[in-house]
Design a protein around this ligand. Structure first.
Ligand code: DGL
Length: 266
């Protein structure tokens, strides 16, 4: 029998950056309502320990489940790196997906991409989550990884290009540029906002991969396999934040490029 599920999809991030994932989910699954949770009171996660990120992530999943979501996307790369398997073990009968596996699965379908660069927060890069997942799939890959912690702050200041941003890119990526990868994974929610300036830095010769798109496609596949797609299109997006809704709203509009309503403090 045909069935569907009208409940919203839950997405959580440490703050506003996960809106890059929200944006792709809305493009790939326009009929779904999304409840987005930004843990703005405790951002950043990228400099916190794995145990702390696990604890925050568990609170976030519990909150979203209490709001009635049918699946959770861990939009934060740091939380995906530090806490995804912990969350999946904790809730074995609930669909929880992260942002690392989908782009890794895609990369493994492209054997011509032999040299892979990964950039992300300190905790993401130190966890080795991307590196381990790639090597599990293909032990011959040549992987270089670099934490670029300043990028988050540049993006939150709206510095998507310009001299300061270019200096930061050069500071972090000059080593990688000497021997550039075939593909570079933007392993942080904020980095897609720097996509074109990073691509220009490598002279347009490196394939830049954004985890958000592959994550949205993976979510679409999981909802459809489980007869959970929303076929009645009752779009009703809401944003929940753990700190001031107004400052979230301002940065959200910068990220999404349109007016954002329905922002609630939780
Ligand atoms: N959302 C984080 C990530 O994708 C970046 C911001 C933070 O450090 O919390 O890793």
């Amino acid at each position: 029998m045909f069935s569907f599920n009208k409940n919203p999809v839950g997405i959580f991030d440490s703050g506003v950056g996960g809106l890059t994932v929200f944006d792709q989910v809305k493009k790939v699954l326009p009929g779904e309502s999304v409840f987005y949770l930004g843990d703005t009171a405790r951002v950043p996660y990228g400099s916190k320990s794995v145990d702390v990120v696990k604890h925050y992530s568990l609170t976030n999943v519990n909150l979203l489940m209490a709001l009635g979501v049918k699946a959770v996307v861990v939009a934060c790369n740091t939380a995906s790196a530090a806490a995804l398997s912990f969350l999946q073990e904790r809730f074995p009968n609930f669909n929880i997906i992260g942002v690392i596996e989908p782009v890794v699965e895609y990369l493994l379908t492209r054997p011509e991409l032999k040299r892979i660069g990964i950039i992300g927060t300190n905790t993401t890069i130190l966890s080795g989550a991307y590196q381990k997942a790639l090597i599990r799939g293909n032990k011959d890959l040549d992987i270089s990884a670099k934490a670029c912690p300043l990028f988050v702050h540049l993006v939150e200041e709206g510095l998507f290009k310009g001299e300061i941003t270019e200096m930061a890119i050069d500071m972090y990526l000059s080593e990688m540029k000497k021997n550039p990868p075939d593909a570079l994974v933007l392993g942080c929610t904020h980095y897609p906002m720097l996509r074109s300036v990073i691509s220009d830095y490598f002279g347009g010769k490196v394939e830049i991969l954004d985890t958000a798109f592959y994550t949205a496609k993976k979510l679409a596949g999981i909802l459809s396999e489980n007869d959970m797609v929303n076929c009645v299109s009752n779009e009703n997006d809401r944003f929940f934040v753990t700190d001031d809704p107004n400052s979230f709203k301002a940065t959200a509009e910068l990220f999404l490029g349109y007016k954002v309503g329905n922002v609630f403090h939780i």
